[in-house]
Design a protein around this ligand. Structure first.
Ligand code: NAD
Length: 506
């Protein structure tokens, strides 16, 4: 184990959180902090047999849990919310250490876990089906929702704890057991969350063993989870590349997938926009979390009549942000997760330049930490939507493109393979409604006068096209974790068949 200041703080926090990661010098999983780029410790990865055992245990737990009344299941999630409230400060700090996001975002991520627990507790009394009119006299038709089984949860590095909770809180009240495969880049926060969960389980007392399992490791560990026939639902969050592999594998065994994949999110600034509000929203959406949110703003379309002045103001905003240690309150932009993220950023900027893009910013900030990757966020004025603008580069790059006509810009907005989050800045109701209409944005999240990132848990979260089509979190996303039965009950003494079919015997 290393003993840098950051590593020592991580170990202290893990101790305070009651988590005891099995550090072992020969472990193939490397826990590190992007703050200084140094290793915190090595950890073992789960073997394929470990994963299968965890799934079998979860399945046995599900067979018991499915018969526990849903409001009682909600009590477990209520306790989880309580434990998270107690652990918020320490867990939030650990998120900052392991991901490099600023402390208010680290804490905000834990708050999001608490919010979804509260939501799920209420939901545990509202897992309702419909009563449906039937064509047959003396009959009643209704639908009932039942637990689906084991829910496998695969998560990405950038929201290392909240995404588990979006899934687990809903899945547990829905009567599923869960098995979590966190990102190999964030094993420490996963151990910490598991310790918090264990405390909630211990207080609940009657929870079946193995109800919430954790398997640590990389892609190979995820694949065992994805392929297992006893995992009824796979909820996978990560890159489109990952989804392209996971989706067909789960489909091949007729399992169910909730895919939450990459985005290439855009905003349109119209001539009537409140520019001050737009500038502040764009700053958070494009530079917040160092551009490492799935909903980060990556493309900005500015009307040509206001473009010169607006881009000049935006450049001033970009020049004003503080980059550095994410645990310092004055910092707005922390480090990128690793060297690969930095290399991807540089590659996209070079490509953009070759296509005629004018690059402002970008490049590494010298902090005398060779393995930590602090960058200046980049604004790139592009002549059109091409090359790297069409893909997600998980870094703070904002491509700015001028437009003339709303219909054309909506077509350009939708002209990328991804479909997660979008927004328009306007005070013109026709423009706002058009953007939200069926002829408007083709994304799963469509906002007006706020940026594309920073969603609340009450709405369904997810996107279309290469973003995968999954929905998590609020609204009726819970249905993804349950199976629906349709029930027809005959309370008459006759047997009329549907569609007037006659089949009289005897
Ligand atoms: P990633 O795709 O590299 O890894 C995500 C997770 O998938 C990790 O746990 C990884 O081990 C696992 N994995 C990878 N290949 C797998 C396979 N074949 N089978 C099973 N598991 C596999 O993503 P990342 O770099 O950790 O995260 C960044 C990406 O995640 C970005 O593209 C971002 O947009 C996306 N993301 C999407 C959402 C959303 O809700 N849409 C939320 C957060 C992040």
């Amino acid at each position: 184990m290393e003993s840098s200041t950051v590593a020592r703080e991580a170990i202290d926090l893990l101790n305070k959180l009651g988590a005891a990661p099995p550090f072992a010098a020969q472990g193939s999983l490397v826990a590190r902090s992007p703050i200084d780029g140094l290793t915190v410790g090595h950890l073992p990865e789960a073997s394929a047999d470990d994963v299968r055992r965890t799934i079998e245990q979860a399945h046995a737990a599900y067979l018991i849990w499915r018969s526990v009344p849903a409001p009682r299941r909600g009590e477990l999630v209520r306790l989880l919310g309580e434990e998270l409230r107690r652990s918020k400060e320490d867990l939030g700090r650990l998120v900052t250490i392991e991901t490099g996001k600023i402390l208010s975002e680290g804490l905000g991520e834990v708050q999001e876990m608490i919010d979804i627990c509260d939501f799920a507790v209420g939901l545990s009394r509202q897992l309702y089906g419909l009563t449906i009119a039937t064509e047959r006299p003396g009959h009643r038709m209704m639908e009932t929702w039942h637990p689906a089984g084991v829910c496998g949860i695969v998560t990405a590095f950038n929201f290392p704890v909240a995404v588990w909770c979006w899934n687990a809180a809903l899945a547990l009240v829905c009567g599923d057991a869960v098995v979590w495969k966190p990102s190999e880049k964030t094993p420490l926060t996963a151990y910490a969350v598991q310790a918090v969960m264990e405390r909630a389980l211990a207080r609940f007392a009657a929870a079946p063993l193995g109800l919430a399992g954790l398997v640590q490791g990389g892609r190979a560990v995820g694949e065992v989870l994805v392929d297992h026939p006893k995992v009824a639902v796979v909820s996978a969050t990560g890159s489109t590349r990952m989804g392209r592999d996971v989706g067909p594998r789960v489909a091949a065994r007729f399992g169910r997938c909730i895919l939450e994949l990459g985005g290439n999110n855009a905003a349109i600034v119209t001539p009537s926009a409140n520019q001050d509000l737009a500038l502040r929203s764009i700053a958070f959406s494009a530079m917040g979390t160092a551009g490492q949110r799935c909903t980060s703003l990556r493309r900005l379309f500015v009307h040509e009549s206001i473009a010169d002045g607006f881009i000049a103001k935006l450049r001033n905003v970009y020049a004003s942000v503080s980059i550095g240690d994410p645990s310092q309150p004055s910092t707005l932009i922390g480090p990128l997760i690793d060297a690969a993220a930095y290399e991807a950023m540089e590659k996209s900027l070079t490509e953009a330049q070759a296509l005629g893009g004018k690059v402002h910013g970008g490049g590494r900030v010298d902090r005398a930490l060779p393995s930590a990757y602090y960058v200046t966020p980049a604004l790139v004025e592009m002549p059109g939507q091409q090359g790297p603008v069409l893909r997600e580069t998980f870094a703070p790059i904002l491509y700015v493109i001028r437009y003339r006509d709303l219909t054309d810009v909506i077509a350009m907005h939708n002209g990328v393979p991804q479909g997660l989050a979008s927004s328009i800045f306007t005070t013109d109701i026709q423009e706002a409604e058009t953007f939200m209409s069926s002829a408007g944005s083709d994304c799963g999240i469509v906002n007006v006068n706020i940026g594309p990132s920073g969603a609340e848990i009450g709405g369904a979260f997810g996107g279309e096209k290469e973003t995968g089509g999954g929905r998590e979190s609020g609204s009726d996303a819970w249905k993804g974790y349950m199976r629906r039965t349709t029930n027809t009950i005959n309370y008459s003494r006759d047997l009329p068949l549907a569609q007037g079919v006659k089949f009289d015997v005897g």
